[in-house]
Design a protein around this ligand. Structure first.
Ligand SMILES: [Zn+2]
Length: 78
């Protein structure tokens, strides 16, 4: 398992398109293999997913609230 990702910007774009439903099957497949070995991207995926769900108003409290609150704040104030 990698502790750092050298493609983090690309990975973030892919995560966002997957969460938006805009990714192709090939991209999804590629990403699934990537998050098996890439720890920061797994964390990023979960965080992005939580932010998205929070913004849609269906987040649950168990979902890393401090991180999410901070992330949402920065998302909104962009
Ligand atoms: Zn990665």
């Amino acid at each position: 398992m990698k502790e750092s990702c050298e493609h983090q910007a690309e990975c973030l774009k892919r995560i966002q398109s997957i969460l938006d439903g805009g990714a192709t099957e090939e991209e999804k497949e590629h990403f699934k293999q990537h998050i098996d070995i890439c720890k920061p991207c797994i964390d990023m995926y979960h965080l992005e997913k939580c932010i998205k769900e929070a913004l849609q108003g269906k987040v649950e409290k168990k979902c890393c609230p401090d991180k999410i609150a901070a992330a949402i704040r920065s998302e909104i104030t962009k």
